[in-house]
Design a protein around this ligand. Sequence first.
Ligand code: AHG
Ligand code: MN
Ligand code: MN
Length: 340
Amino acid sequence: MVTHTSTSVVTIERFIIEQERLHPDATGELSGILYDLALAAKMIASKVRMAGIADILGETDHENVQGEVQQKLDVISNEIMIKALDHGGRLCCMASEEEPDMIPIPEKFKTGNYALLFDPLDGSSNIDVNVPVGTIFSIVRKVSPGRRGTLEDLTQPGRRQVAAGYVIYGSSTMLVYTTGQGAHGFTLDPSIGEFLLSHPNIRMPERGKFLSVNDSYEAIWADDVKTLMRHYRGLEGDRTPMNVRYVGSLVADFHRNLLGGGIFVYPANAKTPRGKLRLLYEANPLAFICEQAGGRAIDGHQRIMDILPTELHQRTPLYMGSKLDVDLAEKVLGGHLAAV
Ligand code: AHG
Ligand code: MN
Ligand code: MN
């Protein structure tokens, strides 16, 4: 007897529509932004795949606003994001890690009720050695009175995000996003060009296996950070030592820890006293996903999504991952060692 297994293929479009139906008052604007982001992700994925072949690797002469050398693919990905999102009539403004100021919607296009922030190509310094890179995005509702957005829209605390996500261009391309109803992952089937639901309702293990930290900065960490690392490594306290895994692409490090459990740590150090990672383009969106999956994200003391941003390119220390691993950071950095 032949048995047929019925499979239900859920494309990202179908999933977004079904999520939208849960909100009877939804206008479809947010869904439209998510479709456009999925399209941009496919376009960037195809550029990343062609990188070596098309000879577009290498550094441009320009430095970006943060003083880091931009890679060509950074510039290309930034352009793709802007072009895919600026004309839909759903956004009032955008901001990118690669641009010094906010990105207005051109006059010729309609504007909408949302603002978008993004890191077009995270981990781009790793491209030359074929390490996974990613795109990170964050969507907030417009709060400023006018038609066109202002900095007020873009500098809202992370808890006001209505959606956030990332794309990882790895051995496969995956898009993971949340609208506050769980974190869901989609894998790109390149043969049909569709993102298919592969990881519904991702849950992060409460305690993780992996510690992701660049410990070449150990000499310039504060003493409490050094103590915390000793706990994670099982050299102090009673924890099983964690496995160190550090790619150097935040998206790749976060993605592994999201699925396998673990913590990503980028503390302040004597050279970067406010941390390295950007609150609005990196920390907030991934913190939203992380919390939706049952994890936590703090700057050492405060919940990342409660930080009130004062500038677009603000940086923050980051401790993000499995709940119990972040709890430990909070206790050690809060000086409550006895309670550990
Ligand atoms: P970006 O490529 O967008 O500038 O981000 C790089 C970030 C992040 O992806 C990664 O976690 C971190 O830089 C690595 O920094 P270190 O090399 O100092 O560890
Ligand atoms: Mn980045
Ligand atoms: Mn970047």
